[in-house]
Design a protein around this ligand. Structure first.
Ligand SMILES: C[S@@+](CC[C@H](N)C(=O)[O-])C[C@H]1O[C@@H](n2cnc3c(N)ncnc32)[C@H](O)[C@@H]1O
Length: 324
């Protein structure tokens, strides 16, 4: 058992090394957002979710607190048993409202939270059964599609996939389409996808959510450099990099960068990476959508569905899509 765990850790670390070096040797430089979530990254993200400027959490929380009954009605409309698979479940603070509603209805279902963060999956497996006695839960630690395939293979029940928190926002529009297409291919006719999108709104409000006054988002981005230093024997000097966020209201892309404040060389896993003064590392996209753009993605990727759940301010939407 321990040997398997050690082998898994070695594979995960080798992939991390490969992806980080590929991103930093590319032109322009980039990093993959999924690597933000080590133990410190999980904690920083929990702080981000509580920030005044980060309207996304409150908006989607309101949807799940007030409308989980209606969402559960849609899931339960088909009377058969099902598996609820959540992609990038995090700490499930919002989905717990839907889980509570489903448990109260005595429906036959299992919950499979998927997350790349082993700590989050372990936390959910410990915490949720204490909150919701009788909940059938199996956590799946790993990347979205690898774990989705595992989760789907666990039973032949119909599937309800939850993909919330604007996780799809961490992809650009083409990547989001490709992701939905892949999801559609993995699912079967009649399966459901409940998917959250952050909506286009006042540009200054969007930018503030990724450029908070206390610098928590900056710390979240810089934490990935600390992770590289620790896990890949790197020597990033964090004070030589600055977080920069910008929002383009036309495309809806809000992008975060780390800017090298001077010419410098950084050593990572035995390789040397050179930075020019003010060279940027592209860290993350948070894509915002109009309702028409969301509808176009559904149609283009083999889904349909007219049910949409909004918060009172219409900042955020959770759409319920059926596999065609
Ligand atoms: C933005 S948080 C959102 C969490 C939760 N869905 C919510 O709405 O509060 C993203 C979560 O997805 C997980 N994640 C990011 N990329 C992932 C990937 N490629 N595969 C699996 N999980 C991933 C992270 O570990 C993190 O817990």
């Amino acid at each position: 058992m321990d040997t398997i765990k050690t082998e898994e850790r070695v594979t995960v670390l080798a992939q991390f090394r490969k992806d980080i070096l590929a991103g930093l040797q590319a032109e322009p430089k980039f990093m993959q957002a999924k690597y933000f979530y080590d133990q410190a990254g999980d904690l920083l993200f929990q702080q981000i979710m509580k920030m005044d400027e980060y309207y996304l959490t409150n908006a989607e929380m309101e949807i799940f607190v007030k409308q989980s009954g209606d969402i559960a009605n849609l899931i339960a409309r088909e009377s058969s048993s099902f598996d609820l698979i959540e992609l990038g479940a995090g700490d499930a603070t919002k989905s717990i409202h839907l889980l509570t509603e489903l448990c109260n209805r005595d429906l036959e279902f299992s919950y499979f939270p998927i997350d790349i963060s082993a700590q989050m999956v372990a936390h959910l497996e410990d915490f949720l059964p204490r909150q919701l006695p009788g909940l059938s839960i199996k956590g799946l630690n790993g990347d979205y599609f690898e774990m989705l395939d595992k989760g789907i293979a666990l039973s032949n029940r119909r599937k309800v996939v939850l993909f919330m928190g604007g996780n799809i926002g961490n992809m650009d529009v083409e990547e989001a389409k490709e992701f939905c297409r892949k999801l559609n291919n993995s699912l079967s006719k009649g399966d459901l996808l409940i998917i959250g999108f952050d909506l286009k709104k006042e540009p200054k409000q969007i930018l503030a959510a990724y450029n908070d006054a206390k610098g928590i988002t900056a710390a979240f981005n810089l934490n990935l450099l600390s992770r590289i230093n620790r896990e890949l024997d790197g020597d990033f000097e964090l004070q030589n990099f600055e977080h920069y966020a910008c929002y383009d209201p036309e495309s809806g892309a809000c992008k975060s960068y780390l800017i090298s404040l001077k010419a410098q060389a950084v050593h990572i896993a035995g390789e040397t990476i050179h930075f020019a003064p003010f060279e940027a590392i592209y860290m993350e996209i948070s894509q915002k959508y109009s309702l028409q753009e969301i509808e176009a993605i559904a149609v283009a990727t083999g889904f349909h569905g007219k049910h949409r759940f909004f918060d009172a301010q219409k900042y955020f939407v959770d759409a319920v899509w059926l596999v065609d």
